[in-house]
Design a binder for this molecule. Structure first.
Ligand code: PEP
Ligand code: MG
Length: 575
């Protein structure tokens, strides 16, 4: 038995047989023949057939992804199909084939040039290179499959991610969002990757599919061979090779029973346990796992993978669907939080280097993209008048100034006045701010006076308090919400709101760790919002807690000076 460590991404465990995903394997090109020996017409026909086959496989992948993770995520495959029809790419390949280049070499050469061009662009456009690789590999696979005069090594290839045998633990250098969206959660027992972080898009999709995942395992993962038995433990961030019976035995028993009712601590303090939702497909799992509503509806997902922004009607429908799923609960919609790591191609956002201290979140909504903000507010105020709309709450991301909150509140009032004038049904929902910046922590008392609630976003708050990029594996030891500085920021926020009517929740990933529930209850949070998969465990944990003991635990943790000491107090490891 050997244990490799990485970053736990989906807090579930699974055991299965290792299978490397090597998208490039089996795609070795045959030697280039002399152009005079190439039958150009036959090669053109092979290229046309390969385009048809690639199109079919892209459409299959799209349909599978739409079924498993929703239309929004599946849209990436439509972009892939467009590459197959790109007149420049196709024209150049056909010209090369006409000049005596075999189809697979022509595809390989032309795509290599295009990939290089995208890679040189830096920033989000560079990600298109991955899409091009995906399309190139589908074409090459189709071409090499029909070539009978080569013995291309396809033994190690694993082309069809959507059709893996049950009990597969998928190993990869890293996975793209489109790879992950294709996976069948019933067949894939776990995922482990060499690189990548837990806030990466692919990791979030794996979480929404409830596939156990450990990311960023590093070099040692490469030594694991196909067929090895692996335990992927996404709770503790470890991959165990050849687990012994005791280690395997612990797996599966951890699944907590679903609790549909509201929960209170053993001494009767009620804690709302809500779900974070980052795609339409995550709403059903949130209801199935007994979430008390939605504590973070990341509205930016409505803006991804499309050519133009969603209309007021699109947004109204998405929000009212969420309200209908939770007719008796609160649904907290965060207004658009794009910029930095969250890209939307059609908005031509500035390319800014990490760690995203620039134009993002509310800064864009109140600045150059106020039109988008107002459209979104119209949809939200209309949704607040829809059945179940009294449970709607709206919060603003990345707040750092009182002026922003005042400006956002004025925007809400002016949209309400417009809707009044037009005779359109609407209501003003609860309004809140995310506490994600040190500035918001220091101003929390003033924010709480003006708003109905605050929701602490520990993913960003930790990166800004600690000056540690949340996407950078090299500063994991800094990007730790259990650092005393972050705990003090949380404590200060809750205390600042205590003298007001505002409630305080937490929607960062920290909220979903049952090992930290007692601490968070002790710190005084009223609501915890998390990936649906962890809702049952946290609800069960809340009912075991005594709030006086929780307060004492929080006080003890707050008195510590290092993250190691805090972890000792809480009895959690993770150095
Ligand atoms: C956060 O920053 O903690 C948060 C919940 O927002 P996101 O992860 O979407 O930035
Ligand atoms: Mg955030």
């Amino acid at each position: 038995m050997r244990t490799l460590t990485g970053v736990g991404s989906t807090p579930l465990s699974g055991v299965g047989a290792a299978r490397w995903y090597r998208p490039e394997a089996g795609l070795t090109l045959p030697d280039r023949p002399d152009p005079s020996a190439v039958d150009a017409d036959a090669e053109l026909a092979r290229f046309a057939d390969a385009r048809d086959a690639a199109r079919e496989s892209i459409r299959d992948a799209r349909d599978r992804a739409a079924e498993r993770v929703g239309e929004e995520e599946a849209a990436v495959f439509e972009a892939h199909e467009q590459f197959l029809d790109d007149p420049e790419l196709v024209g150049d390949i056909e010209a090369a084939v006409g000049d005596g280049t075999p189809a697979e070499h022509a595809v390989h050469d032309r795509f290599a040039a295009a990939i290089e061009q995208f890679e040189a662009l830096d920033g989000p456009m560079a990600e298109r290179a991955d899409d091009l690789r995906d399309v190139r590999d589908r074409l090459l696979r189709a071409l090499l499959n029909t070539r009978t005069d080569t013995d291309a090594d396809d033994g190690a290839a694993l082309a069809d991610l959507g059709d893996l045998p049950a009990g597969t633990v998928l190993l990869a250098e890293r996975l793209t969002p489109s790879d992950t969206a294709e996976l069948d959660p019933d067949a894939v027992a776990g995922i482990a990757t060499v690189s990548g972080g837990r806030t990466a898009h692919a990791a979030i999709i794996a979480r929404s599919l409830s596939i156990p995942a450990v990311v960023g395992v590093g070099e040692p993962l490469r030594e694991v061979e196909d067929g090895a038995e692996l335990l992927v433990d996404g709770t503790d961030g470890r991959v165990v090779v050849d687990p012994d019976a005791a280690t395997r035995g612990g797996v599966g028993s951890a699944a907590a029973p679903v609790v549909t009712e509201r929960v209170s601590t053993a001494d009767g303090r009620s804690i709302e346990v809500a779900a974070n939702v980052g795609s339409e497909a995550e709403i059903a799992p949130a209801t199935e796992r007994g979430a008390d509503g939605i504590g973070l509806f990341r509205s930016e997902f409505l803006f991804y993978d499309r050519e133009t922004p969603p209309t007021e009607e699109d947004q109204y429908e998405a929000v009212t669907a969420a309200l209908s799923a939770f007719p008796d609960d609160r649904v907290v919609v965060r207004t658009l939080d794009i910029g930095g790591d969250k890209r939307v191609p059609y908005l031509d956002l500035p390319d800014e280097a990490n760690p995203f201290l620039g134009r993002r979140g509310i800064r864009l909504s109140l600045g150059e993209h106020r039109d988008l903000f107002e459209t979104q507010l119209r949809a939200l105020l209309r949704a607040a008048a829809h059945e179940g709309g009294e449970g709607l709450a709206v919060m603003f991301p990345l707040v750092s100034r009182i002026e922003e909150v005042e400006d956002a509140i004025s925007a809400v009032e002016s949209v309400a006045a417009d809707l009044d004038g037009e005779g359109v049904d609407h209501a003003v929902p609860e309004l809140g701010a995310m506490v994600e910046t040190p500035a918001a922590v220091f101003l929390a008392d003033r924010l709480a006076e003006r708003l109905d609630f605050l929701s602490i976003g520990t993913n960003d708050l930790t990166q800004y308090v600690m000056a540690a990029d949340r996407e950078n594996d090299g500063v994991d030891a800094y990007h730790d919400p259990l650092h005393p500085a972050v705990l003090r920021a949380i404590d200060r926020t809750v205390s600042a709101a205590a003298g007001t009517d505002a409630w305080v929740g937490m929607c960062g990933e920290m909220a979903g760790d049952p090992a930290l529930t007692e601490l968070l209850v002790g710190l005084g949070l009223d609501e915890l919002s998390m990936s649906a998969v962890t809702v049952p465990a946290v609800k069960n944990r809340v009912s075991e807690i005594d709030s006086a003991e929780a307060t004492a635990l929080a006080d003890e943790a707050l008195a510590r000076e290092t993250r190691t000491e805090v972890r000792d107090v809480l009895g959690v490891d993770g150095e």
